[in-house]
Design a protein around this ligand. Sequence first.
Ligand code: BGC
Length: 459
Amino acid sequence: MGLFRLNPTVSLVSAIAALAGLLFGFDTGIISGALLFISHDYQLSSGMSEWLVSSVLIGAMIGSLSSGAIADSLGRRKVMLVISGLFMTGTLIASYAPSLIIIIIGRIILGFAIGIGSYTAPLYIAEAAPFQWRGALVTLNQLAITVGILAAFIVSYYFADSIHAWRWMFLVGIVPAILLGLGMIFLPESPRFLVRQGKHDQAKTTLRYLRNSQDVDAEFDEIKNSLSQKEARIRDVFLPWIRPVLFLGVFLGFLQQASGINTVIYYAPTIFQKAGLSNASTAILATIGVGVLNVLSTIFAIFVIDKIGRRPLLFAGLFGMGISLLFLSMAFSMADSTYLPYAAMGGLFLYVFSFAFSLGAILWLMVSEIFPLEVRGIAMSLSVFSCWFWNFVVSSSFLTMVDMFGVSLSFLFYAAMCGAGLVIAYLIVPETKNVSLETIENNIRARMPLRHIGLSQRW
Ligand code: BGC
């Protein structure tokens, strides 16, 4: 695939920025293993466990809402430096916390950094990348998230038998945080941000560095012209012609979470224990299988997303997720529990595989594609907020739901969400492969139905 022909400078820049994605994955995923040990040390009820898991998400909600404004005033590079500092601070506080409340404060700080990073890293990569590679490079950020989650699962397994297991688990996150900070010191500011600041000479120098070429005048002019359009105000995202795509972005954020992914990513070891894998290490080991499939399926998505297209992948993924949840629901309702651990593994593996090549990759890609340039920042920030908000709702209610209705009915509920999501997605999600962002924008201006905004013929 053409991705391998990318120039090394822009690959390195994207890889360093994607460390923010890795930290997103690590610091959200690590709670699944740490939870078993913290809830043992502090005798947590289901409600308290949910608070612990959700504290990161509260921070992420605040971070994602403020990220647009912060990235526009400080610049992308400084924001990335600041979040690396926040990642280090949050990690140290959570790892050395003398009480539950301090762990929660550390996790809120980590969440704040994750929320800002989940917006700024793809934006920084997209602004540094040549347009032909933008889709693949943005999806590389999602790959970094899944690698971070897998790393968290492996670290949890490794430290499961140590004293202070959960402290070590949190502390490992300091390594990518330091690497992000060190890496960003050497990276340039985004050329688009520099043009916006009126620093034209610096912008051209940066473009020459990123493209490994002296011939950057055409790209520079294009950036300058696109920015000379009027600046958007917050209320512009509610203009009648923009409202439908805003709805689509917010809906995709909702669907990615309401179909239940983080009941698995954050609670997999807990679910495996409920299925009969009573030993914490075995439960975490089975969770590593979940993490490996998550990474492999994301790599699969990177290779096929521009060929097969977004819609078929989305439908196949939602179908697979729904079926595996139905299967899990049935398995947990059976009286005979001999095969339950295997059924739970099979069901969760298929579910995560189906998620990663569809909603996992597609949400982050589509929110960077569907919005007209003048409102892209604000609209993207609101869609990312929707994702964190619904993540919070699901993660802070899952254990209570299981206590009240049982595992079987809870999975049945999420299976129903996948079914309903599939129908709505069929009706409104456009195909955006092989179409320029300008064509999408023109179709939106022409008030085309949402499902057709990716069509490339003239209207
Ligand atoms: C989602 C996360 C999820 C992860 C799993 C991301 O796209 O936003 O909530 O934990 O995928 O790989």
